[in-house]
Design a protein around this ligand. Structure first.
Ligand code: SAH
Length: 368
Protein backbone atom coordinates (compact mmCIF):
# COMPACT_ATOMS: atom_id res chain seq x y z
CA UNK A 1 0.00 0.00 0.00
CA UNK A 2 2.92 2.30 0.70
CA UNK A 3 3.86 2.08 -2.96
CA UNK A 4 0.38 3.14 -4.06
CA UNK A 5 0.39 6.03 -1.62
CA UNK A 6 3.64 7.16 -3.16
CA UNK A 7 1.96 7.06 -6.56
CA UNK A 8 -0.68 9.41 -5.20
CA UNK A 9 2.05 11.74 -3.92
CA UNK A 10 3.74 11.62 -7.28
CA UNK A 11 0.46 12.40 -9.04
CA UNK A 12 -0.08 15.35 -6.70
CA UNK A 13 3.43 16.69 -7.24
CA UNK A 14 3.81 16.14 -10.98
CA UNK A 15 0.18 16.27 -12.12
CA UNK A 16 0.60 13.16 -14.16
CA UNK A 17 1.42 9.47 -13.89
CA UNK A 18 2.84 6.99 -16.37
CA UNK A 19 0.12 4.77 -17.82
CA UNK A 20 1.04 1.64 -15.88
CA UNK A 21 0.92 3.55 -12.58
CA UNK A 22 -2.39 5.18 -13.46
CA UNK A 23 -3.82 1.73 -14.21
CA UNK A 24 -2.52 0.46 -10.84
CA UNK A 25 -4.23 3.35 -9.07
CA UNK A 26 -7.47 2.78 -11.00
CA UNK A 27 -7.43 -0.86 -9.89
CA UNK A 28 -6.79 -0.06 -6.23
CA UNK A 29 -9.71 -0.40 -3.82
CA UNK A 30 -7.71 -0.05 -0.61
CA UNK A 31 -9.41 2.29 1.86
CA UNK A 32 -6.20 3.81 3.17
CA UNK A 33 -4.90 4.64 -0.29
CA UNK A 34 -8.23 6.15 -1.27
CA UNK A 35 -8.40 8.32 1.86
CA UNK A 36 -4.92 9.54 1.05
CA UNK A 37 -5.95 10.27 -2.55
CA UNK A 38 -9.05 12.20 -1.42
CA UNK A 39 -7.06 14.21 1.14
CA UNK A 40 -4.54 15.19 -1.54
CA UNK A 41 -7.35 16.15 -3.90
CA UNK A 42 -9.04 18.31 -1.25
CA UNK A 43 -5.75 20.02 -0.48
CA UNK A 44 -5.25 20.78 -4.20
CA UNK A 45 -8.79 22.15 -4.50
CA UNK A 46 -8.49 24.24 -1.35
CA UNK A 47 -5.16 25.71 -2.46
CA UNK A 48 -6.87 27.12 -5.56
CA UNK A 49 -10.53 27.69 -4.68
CA UNK A 50 -10.55 27.53 -0.89
CA UNK A 51 -13.62 25.97 0.65
CA UNK A 52 -16.06 27.69 -1.68
CA UNK A 53 -18.68 25.65 -3.49
CA UNK A 54 -19.90 27.26 -6.69
CA UNK A 55 -23.49 26.75 -7.72
CA UNK A 56 -24.87 26.70 -11.25
CA UNK A 57 -28.58 26.88 -11.97
CA UNK A 58 -29.45 24.18 -14.48
CA UNK A 59 -32.33 24.79 -16.89
CA UNK A 60 -33.23 21.74 -18.95
CA UNK A 61 -35.03 23.65 -21.65
CA UNK A 62 -35.81 20.97 -24.24
CA UNK A 63 -35.80 17.20 -24.39
CA UNK A 64 -36.36 17.01 -28.14
CA UNK A 65 -33.26 15.47 -29.66
CA UNK A 66 -32.30 14.57 -33.19
CA UNK A 67 -29.63 12.17 -31.98
CA UNK A 68 -29.92 8.56 -30.98
CA UNK A 69 -27.17 7.97 -28.42
CA UNK A 70 -27.61 4.41 -27.25
CA UNK A 71 -27.40 5.24 -23.53
CA UNK A 72 -29.62 8.30 -23.37
CA UNK A 73 -33.25 8.36 -22.29
CA UNK A 74 -34.15 11.33 -24.51
CA UNK A 75 -32.75 9.70 -27.66
CA UNK A 76 -34.81 10.20 -30.79
CA UNK A 77 -36.01 6.58 -30.94
CA UNK A 78 -37.45 6.59 -27.44
CA UNK A 79 -41.12 6.94 -28.31
CA UNK A 80 -42.01 6.75 -24.61
CA UNK A 81 -40.23 10.00 -23.79
CA UNK A 82 -42.78 12.76 -23.29
CA UNK A 83 -41.33 15.69 -25.23
CA UNK A 84 -41.38 19.33 -24.14
CA UNK A 85 -39.60 22.57 -24.79
CA UNK A 86 -39.68 25.69 -22.64
CA UNK A 87 -40.54 29.05 -24.15
CA UNK A 88 -38.10 31.92 -24.05
CA UNK A 89 -40.26 33.53 -21.41
CA UNK A 90 -40.23 30.42 -19.21
CA UNK A 91 -36.44 30.17 -19.51
CA UNK A 92 -36.00 33.81 -18.50
CA UNK A 93 -38.37 33.39 -15.56
CA UNK A 94 -36.52 30.31 -14.27
CA UNK A 95 -33.21 32.14 -14.62
CA UNK A 96 -34.53 35.21 -12.83
CA UNK A 97 -35.91 33.16 -9.96
CA UNK A 98 -32.48 31.52 -9.76
CA UNK A 99 -30.67 34.86 -9.80
CA UNK A 100 -32.72 36.03 -6.84
CA UNK A 101 -31.70 32.91 -4.95
CA UNK A 102 -28.04 33.62 -5.65
CA UNK A 103 -27.30 31.80 -8.88
CA UNK A 104 -24.77 33.82 -10.90
CA UNK A 105 -24.43 31.13 -13.56
CA UNK A 106 -27.23 29.68 -15.58
CA UNK A 107 -26.66 26.49 -17.56
CA UNK A 108 -28.95 25.92 -20.52
CA UNK A 109 -28.93 22.22 -21.28
CA UNK A 110 -30.97 20.30 -23.78
CA UNK A 111 -31.17 17.68 -26.44
CA UNK A 112 -30.07 18.64 -29.93
CA UNK A 113 -33.32 20.31 -30.85
CA UNK A 114 -33.33 21.92 -34.32
CA UNK A 115 -36.19 24.20 -33.25
CA UNK A 116 -33.56 26.16 -31.34
CA UNK A 117 -31.91 27.76 -34.33
CA UNK A 118 -28.95 30.08 -33.87
CA UNK A 119 -31.33 32.98 -34.06
CA UNK A 120 -33.60 31.70 -31.29
CA UNK A 121 -30.79 30.59 -29.00
CA UNK A 122 -28.82 33.81 -29.49
CA UNK A 123 -31.91 35.79 -28.61
CA UNK A 124 -32.23 33.87 -25.35
CA UNK A 125 -28.54 34.29 -24.51
CA UNK A 126 -28.73 38.04 -25.21
CA UNK A 127 -31.86 38.38 -23.08
CA UNK A 128 -30.22 36.51 -20.18
CA UNK A 129 -27.15 38.77 -20.34
CA UNK A 130 -29.20 41.96 -20.74
CA UNK A 131 -31.36 41.12 -17.73
CA UNK A 132 -28.40 40.36 -15.46
CA UNK A 133 -25.04 41.43 -16.87
CA UNK A 134 -23.17 39.90 -13.94
CA UNK A 135 -24.51 36.46 -14.74
CA UNK A 136 -22.49 33.86 -16.63
CA UNK A 137 -24.29 31.83 -19.29
CA UNK A 138 -23.21 28.26 -19.93
CA UNK A 139 -24.54 26.29 -22.87
CA UNK A 140 -24.80 22.52 -23.13
CA UNK A 141 -26.65 21.88 -26.35
CA UNK A 142 -24.42 19.42 -28.11
CA UNK A 143 -22.71 19.56 -31.47
CA UNK A 144 -23.16 22.63 -33.67
CA UNK A 145 -21.14 24.24 -36.43
CA UNK A 146 -18.21 26.47 -35.59
CA UNK A 147 -20.19 29.43 -36.99
CA UNK A 148 -23.04 28.62 -34.64
CA UNK A 149 -20.71 28.40 -31.62
CA UNK A 150 -19.20 31.72 -32.66
CA UNK A 151 -22.61 33.42 -32.94
CA UNK A 152 -23.61 32.16 -29.50
CA UNK A 153 -20.32 33.37 -28.05
CA UNK A 154 -20.81 36.77 -29.66
CA UNK A 155 -24.32 36.86 -28.19
CA UNK A 156 -22.70 36.58 -24.74
CA UNK A 157 -22.38 32.89 -23.86
CA UNK A 158 -19.38 32.41 -21.57
CA UNK A 159 -18.97 28.67 -21.20
CA UNK A 160 -19.83 25.45 -23.02
CA UNK A 161 -20.19 21.93 -21.72
CA UNK A 162 -19.70 19.15 -24.24
CA UNK A 163 -18.62 15.87 -22.77
CA UNK A 164 -16.28 13.98 -25.04
CA UNK A 165 -18.03 10.80 -23.67
CA UNK A 166 -14.99 8.58 -24.25
CA UNK A 167 -11.53 9.25 -25.66
CA UNK A 168 -11.43 5.81 -27.32
CA UNK A 169 -12.76 5.94 -30.85
CA UNK A 170 -14.00 2.33 -30.97
CA UNK A 171 -15.74 2.79 -27.62
CA UNK A 172 -17.33 6.01 -28.88
CA UNK A 173 -18.64 4.10 -31.88
CA UNK A 174 -20.08 1.37 -29.66
CA UNK A 175 -22.04 3.92 -27.61
CA UNK A 176 -23.35 5.94 -30.56
CA UNK A 177 -25.22 5.27 -33.78
CA UNK A 178 -23.33 5.43 -37.10
CA UNK A 179 -24.26 9.05 -37.83
CA UNK A 180 -22.32 10.37 -34.84
CA UNK A 181 -18.57 10.65 -35.07
CA UNK A 182 -15.79 10.73 -32.52
CA UNK A 183 -13.72 13.02 -34.73
CA UNK A 184 -16.58 15.46 -35.07
CA UNK A 185 -17.07 15.54 -31.28
CA UNK A 186 -13.38 16.29 -30.79
CA UNK A 187 -13.52 18.95 -33.51
CA UNK A 188 -16.41 20.63 -31.69
CA UNK A 189 -14.32 20.79 -28.52
CA UNK A 190 -11.40 22.27 -30.44
CA UNK A 191 -13.71 24.87 -32.04
CA UNK A 192 -15.18 25.88 -28.69
CA UNK A 193 -11.71 26.28 -27.25
CA UNK A 194 -10.48 28.33 -30.23
CA UNK A 195 -13.46 30.67 -30.00
CA UNK A 196 -12.66 31.49 -26.38
CA UNK A 197 -15.28 29.69 -24.33
CA UNK A 198 -14.49 28.21 -20.94
CA UNK A 199 -14.91 24.62 -22.08
CA UNK A 200 -16.04 21.51 -20.25
CA UNK A 201 -15.48 17.96 -21.43
CA UNK A 202 -16.15 14.74 -19.55
CA UNK A 203 -17.38 11.18 -19.64
CA UNK A 204 -19.64 8.65 -18.00
CA UNK A 205 -18.07 6.39 -15.40
CA UNK A 206 -18.86 2.72 -15.92
CA UNK A 207 -20.48 3.13 -19.31
CA UNK A 208 -21.04 -0.15 -21.18
CA UNK A 209 -17.81 -1.77 -22.42
CA UNK A 210 -15.62 0.85 -20.72
CA UNK A 211 -12.25 -0.68 -19.72
CA UNK A 212 -9.57 0.68 -17.37
CA UNK A 213 -7.49 1.41 -20.48
CA UNK A 214 -10.36 3.54 -21.83
CA UNK A 215 -10.47 5.48 -18.56
CA UNK A 216 -6.69 5.99 -18.68
CA UNK A 217 -7.15 7.43 -22.19
CA UNK A 218 -9.92 9.72 -20.91
CA UNK A 219 -7.59 10.99 -18.20
CA UNK A 220 -4.73 11.49 -20.66
CA UNK A 221 -7.06 13.40 -22.97
CA UNK A 222 -8.31 15.60 -20.14
CA UNK A 223 -4.79 16.39 -19.09
CA UNK A 224 -3.77 17.26 -22.62
CA UNK A 225 -6.86 19.30 -23.50
CA UNK A 226 -6.83 21.13 -20.14
CA UNK A 227 -10.53 21.96 -20.09
CA UNK A 228 -11.75 24.60 -17.65
CA UNK A 229 -14.49 22.23 -16.47
CA UNK A 230 -14.79 18.45 -16.30
CA UNK A 231 -18.17 16.77 -15.94
CA UNK A 232 -18.10 13.14 -14.92
CA UNK A 233 -20.88 11.03 -13.44
CA UNK A 234 -21.79 7.38 -13.25
CA UNK A 235 -23.57 5.79 -16.19
CA UNK A 236 -27.12 4.95 -15.10
CA UNK A 237 -29.17 2.66 -17.35
CA UNK A 238 -32.48 3.80 -18.76
CA UNK A 239 -34.90 0.96 -19.50
CA UNK A 240 -36.19 2.49 -22.73
CA UNK A 241 -32.75 2.51 -24.35
CA UNK A 242 -30.73 -0.26 -26.03
CA UNK A 243 -28.24 -0.17 -23.11
CA UNK A 244 -30.93 -0.40 -20.45
CA UNK A 245 -29.79 -3.80 -19.17
CA UNK A 246 -26.19 -2.79 -18.44
CA UNK A 247 -25.18 -2.20 -14.83
CA UNK A 248 -24.70 1.33 -13.49
CA UNK A 249 -21.29 2.82 -12.78
CA UNK A 250 -20.28 3.15 -9.14
CA UNK A 251 -20.05 6.00 -6.68
CA UNK A 252 -16.63 4.73 -5.56
CA UNK A 253 -15.09 4.83 -9.03
CA UNK A 254 -16.64 8.23 -9.75
CA UNK A 255 -15.15 9.70 -6.56
CA UNK A 256 -11.78 8.15 -7.26
CA UNK A 257 -11.81 9.71 -10.72
CA UNK A 258 -12.91 13.10 -9.38
CA UNK A 259 -9.89 13.04 -7.08
CA UNK A 260 -7.50 12.00 -9.85
CA UNK A 261 -8.84 14.70 -12.18
CA UNK A 262 -8.44 17.29 -9.41
CA UNK A 263 -4.78 16.31 -9.12
CA UNK A 264 -4.27 16.34 -12.90
CA UNK A 265 -5.89 19.79 -13.22
CA UNK A 266 -5.90 21.57 -9.85
CA UNK A 267 -7.61 24.66 -11.34
CA UNK A 268 -10.51 22.76 -12.88
CA UNK A 269 -14.13 23.46 -12.05
CA UNK A 270 -15.38 20.04 -11.11
CA UNK A 271 -19.03 19.35 -10.39
CA UNK A 272 -20.45 16.68 -8.16
CA UNK A 273 -23.08 15.71 -10.72
CA UNK A 274 -26.77 14.86 -10.43
CA UNK A 275 -26.02 11.33 -11.60
CA UNK A 276 -23.71 10.88 -8.60
CA UNK A 277 -26.42 12.21 -6.26
CA UNK A 278 -28.90 9.85 -7.92
CA UNK A 279 -26.92 6.76 -6.96
CA UNK A 280 -26.19 7.90 -3.41
CA UNK A 281 -28.09 10.34 -1.18
CA UNK A 282 -24.70 11.50 0.08
CA UNK A 283 -23.21 11.56 -3.42
CA UNK A 284 -22.83 15.32 -3.43
CA UNK A 285 -20.92 15.33 -0.13
CA UNK A 286 -18.79 12.40 -1.27
CA UNK A 287 -17.95 14.21 -4.49
CA UNK A 288 -16.91 17.36 -2.61
CA UNK A 289 -14.77 15.33 -0.24
CA UNK A 290 -13.05 13.82 -3.30
CA UNK A 291 -12.12 17.22 -4.75
CA UNK A 292 -15.23 18.52 -6.56
CA UNK A 293 -16.10 22.21 -6.10
CA UNK A 294 -19.27 22.81 -8.12
CA UNK A 295 -22.91 21.74 -7.78
CA UNK A 296 -25.61 22.27 -10.37
CA UNK A 297 -29.04 22.45 -8.73
CA UNK A 298 -32.04 22.26 -11.01
CA UNK A 299 -33.96 25.44 -11.84
CA UNK A 300 -36.25 23.80 -14.41
CA UNK A 301 -40.00 23.75 -13.79
CA UNK A 302 -40.87 20.50 -11.93
CA UNK A 303 -42.73 18.85 -14.82
CA UNK A 304 -39.81 19.54 -17.16
CA UNK A 305 -37.37 17.97 -14.70
CA UNK A 306 -39.33 14.79 -14.68
CA UNK A 307 -39.46 14.62 -18.47
CA UNK A 308 -35.76 15.40 -18.86
CA UNK A 309 -34.92 11.81 -18.03
CA UNK A 310 -31.48 10.97 -19.42
CA UNK A 311 -31.46 8.03 -17.00
CA UNK A 312 -33.81 6.56 -14.43
CA UNK A 313 -34.47 7.74 -10.90
CA UNK A 314 -32.88 11.17 -11.40
CA UNK A 315 -32.28 12.91 -8.07
CA UNK A 316 -34.29 16.01 -7.10
CA UNK A 317 -36.91 15.44 -9.78
CA UNK A 318 -39.42 17.12 -7.48
CA UNK A 319 -39.31 19.81 -4.82
CA UNK A 320 -38.67 23.53 -4.75
CA UNK A 321 -35.28 24.85 -5.81
CA UNK A 322 -35.21 27.18 -2.80
CA UNK A 323 -35.64 24.23 -0.42
CA UNK A 324 -33.05 22.20 -2.29
CA UNK A 325 -30.65 25.12 -2.06
CA UNK A 326 -31.02 25.68 1.66
CA UNK A 327 -30.62 21.94 2.17
CA UNK A 328 -27.47 22.01 0.03
CA UNK A 329 -26.05 24.93 2.03
CA UNK A 330 -26.51 23.00 5.26
CA UNK A 331 -25.02 19.84 3.86
CA UNK A 332 -21.97 21.71 2.59
CA UNK A 333 -21.52 23.44 5.95
CA UNK A 334 -21.66 20.08 7.66
CA UNK A 335 -18.58 18.98 5.76
CA UNK A 336 -16.74 22.27 6.17
CA UNK A 337 -17.54 23.93 2.82
CA UNK A 338 -19.66 26.94 1.96
CA UNK A 339 -21.96 27.69 -0.95
CA UNK A 340 -20.80 30.95 -2.51
CA UNK A 341 -22.66 33.58 -4.50
CA UNK A 342 -20.25 34.22 -7.35
CA UNK A 343 -19.88 33.55 -11.06
CA UNK A 344 -17.17 31.08 -10.19
CA UNK A 345 -15.03 31.42 -13.28
CA UNK A 346 -11.98 29.32 -13.95
CA UNK A 347 -8.75 30.67 -12.49
CA UNK A 348 -7.38 31.65 -15.89
CA UNK A 349 -10.51 33.65 -16.77
CA UNK A 350 -10.36 36.47 -14.21
CA UNK A 351 -13.71 38.26 -13.94
CA UNK A 352 -15.02 36.25 -16.80
CA UNK A 353 -12.78 38.00 -19.31
CA UNK A 354 -11.46 35.55 -21.85
CA UNK A 355 -7.89 35.66 -20.65
CA UNK A 356 -5.66 35.92 -23.64
CA UNK A 357 -2.69 35.50 -21.40
CA UNK A 358 -3.28 31.84 -20.57
CA UNK A 359 -0.06 29.98 -20.32
CA UNK A 360 -0.29 26.30 -20.96
CA UNK A 361 2.14 23.49 -20.43
CA UNK A 362 4.97 25.76 -19.30
CA UNK A 363 6.51 23.21 -17.06
CA UNK A 364 5.35 19.82 -18.12
CA UNK A 365 7.12 16.75 -16.76
CA UNK A 366 4.92 14.40 -18.81
CA UNK A 367 4.70 15.66 -22.35
CA UNK A 368 3.02 12.58 -23.76
N1 SAH B 1 -27.26 16.95 -25.76
C1 SAH B 1 -26.23 17.61 -25.05
C2 SAH B 1 -26.40 17.66 -23.56
C3 SAH B 1 -27.37 16.75 -22.90
S1 SAH B 1 -26.83 15.17 -22.40
C4 SAH B 1 -24.89 17.03 -25.42
O1 SAH B 1 -24.82 16.17 -26.27
O2 SAH B 1 -23.91 17.46 -24.88
C5 SAH B 1 -25.70 15.53 -21.08
C6 SAH B 1 -24.85 14.37 -20.65
O3 SAH B 1 -25.61 13.42 -19.94
C7 SAH B 1 -24.23 13.57 -21.76
O4 SAH B 1 -23.07 14.20 -22.22
C8 SAH B 1 -23.97 12.20 -21.12
O5 SAH B 1 -22.62 12.08 -20.72
C9 SAH B 1 -24.91 12.20 -19.91
N2 SAH B 1 -25.84 11.07 -19.97
C10 SAH B 1 -26.69 10.74 -20.96
N3 SAH B 1 -27.31 9.58 -20.71
C11 SAH B 1 -26.84 9.14 -19.52
C12 SAH B 1 -27.07 7.96 -18.72
N4 SAH B 1 -27.90 7.00 -19.10
N5 SAH B 1 -26.40 7.87 -17.54
C13 SAH B 1 -25.56 8.83 -17.14
N6 SAH B 1 -25.29 9.94 -17.85
C14 SAH B 1 -25.92 10.09 -19.03
Amino acid sequence: MAALKRLVDRLAAERCLPDADMLALLACGDGEVLSHLFARARAAREAVYGRDVYIRGLIEFTNFCKNDCLYCGIRRSNARACRYRLTEEEILLCAEAGYRMGFRTVVLQGGEDPWFTDERLCRIVRALKAARPDRAVTLSVGERSRESYQKLFDAGADRYLLRHETATKAHYEALHPPGLSFDRRMQCLADLRAIGYQVGCGFMVGSPWQTPADIARDLAFIRRFEPEMVGIGPFIPHRDTPLGAFPAGTVEMTCKLLAIIRLLLPNALLPATTALATLDPRGCEKGMLAGANVVMPNLSPPDAREKYALYEGKASAAGETADALSDLKKRMENIGYRVTIARGDHRSFPDGEAALTRKKGEHDPCTT
